[in-house]
Design a protein around this ligand. Sequence first.
Ligand code: UD1
Ligand code: CA
Length: 483
Amino acid sequence: MGHHHLKHIAVILAAGKGTRFKSKKPKVIHKILGKPMIHYVSLAVRWSNPHKILYVIGHKKDEVKRAINCLDCVYVEQEEQLGTGHAVAQTKPYWENFDGIVMIVNGDLPLVEGETLKNAVKYMEALMKFEGAPIEGGEDYRNEKVAGVVITTKVPNPLGYGRIIKDKHHRIVRIVEEKDATFEEQQINEINTGIYLFYAPYLKEVIDKLQNNNAQKEYYLTDVITLLNQMGKEVYALLVPDYTQFIGVNDRWDLAKAENILRMKYLQFWSYAGTTFHNPESIYIEFDVELSPDVEVFHGVSLKGRTTVGEDTVIEEHCTLNNAKIGKNVKILKGSVIENSVIQDNAVIGPYARIRDNTVIGQEAQIGNFVEVKNSTVGEKTAAKHLSYIGDATVGKEVNIGAGTITCNYDGFQKHKTVIKDRAFIGSDTMLVAPITVGEEAITGSGSVITKDVPDKALAVERSEQRIIPNYAEKRKKRKKDG
Ligand code: UD1
Ligand code: CA
């Protein structure tokens, strides 16, 4: 027999309502950096490489299931939320004949790291001496007294958490909930993180023996420790110093605190990967965002959804990017919004531009202040630098779109397409009434309302001739005086 590793089955508790959120939605699907809270717990658990993952769901279970979105996981229903012990009891059929560890993780711990869970498994194995060499006689040595490990941490303010009462060998004697604790017990600052590893055959013996004679009239999972002790078994505390990993998110302010911690972790990650952040405290970045080396991000920027940003790109103050694919060396100037769109290399966007809904801005194109582009393709080196609306348009290369140009794409019933071909010159304040095509190198006169297609290289002007009335100012004054 070689090395004998214990397998583990993970149980994630996600049946609760989250009363303190005061929400229509179940607690664990509230989002942190664009992903449901439960997503982060799932990631960490997966990292520990469990044999199987069970979710206990109950309150609005379909919504929770949809948010978890795991095909090879098992969902166990807890019809009534009678406590964490009762929740685990529902999963018993899945591990009662399992010779391994049941790892239980509260679903409201989005900051826990996968590595921490991995270490807990190793610690449990070491305590049970499963990894050691077989002793003489052939059998693996196993310390049959070891029944479990609870991850604990010391916090500045233990309010609301279960307190750890242990002996001097790090064996837990009891976990006492805030509401059941005496004044002396409330002074203890080592708390139950809500992460437990139990040896399945022992857990099986006690899980149905829990009582609810406590302040909250709930079946506490924490009471299995007392029951195991009564069987002569031992549960050890694994004290992890970094308490920020174990914020239990019980209300929306906890959610905000957890999100801030995670956000700073991700910014730090991208910073080490080569992005410069100015005033990172003010920058919001979601889970799926990907940045590149030599990207520079300024104050107040929001990076959301599946946004990716190429090398050497600069994103100035107060821009919002959502599902934006940004090329290399792009300049996104102050106050611009880009959604569901692609910006190719060397383009310049903004300040105060808005690019949305399946738009592609070509290489070296310039989209300037107060220009909105929607559902359009804009070719290489095309410039629309001031005060325009370009919607449902295909714009070629090296086109110049004068200030104030508008594609009139909507007739009150339907949207229509505008096509502007390569090197066309659209005079300032042109109204392009779609459907319409402006040919290659065609020109439109400033202030024209263009309703008919313009052939290649042609000029289209539509406005009345200018009249000059000499000395009109004097005449006007005189008229006023005479009444
Ligand atoms: C729990 C622990 C406490 C610990 C804290 C850590 C118990 C009795 N207390 O308290 O010692 O310090 O976590 O954050 O376990 N859930 C169910 N079904 C239920 C009840 C809860 O699935 O019937 C789920 C919840 O959805 C939640 C998790 O279990 O994800 C923890 O429940 P919660 O009510 O938040 O426990 P705490 O009071 O925080
Ligand atoms: Ca909690």
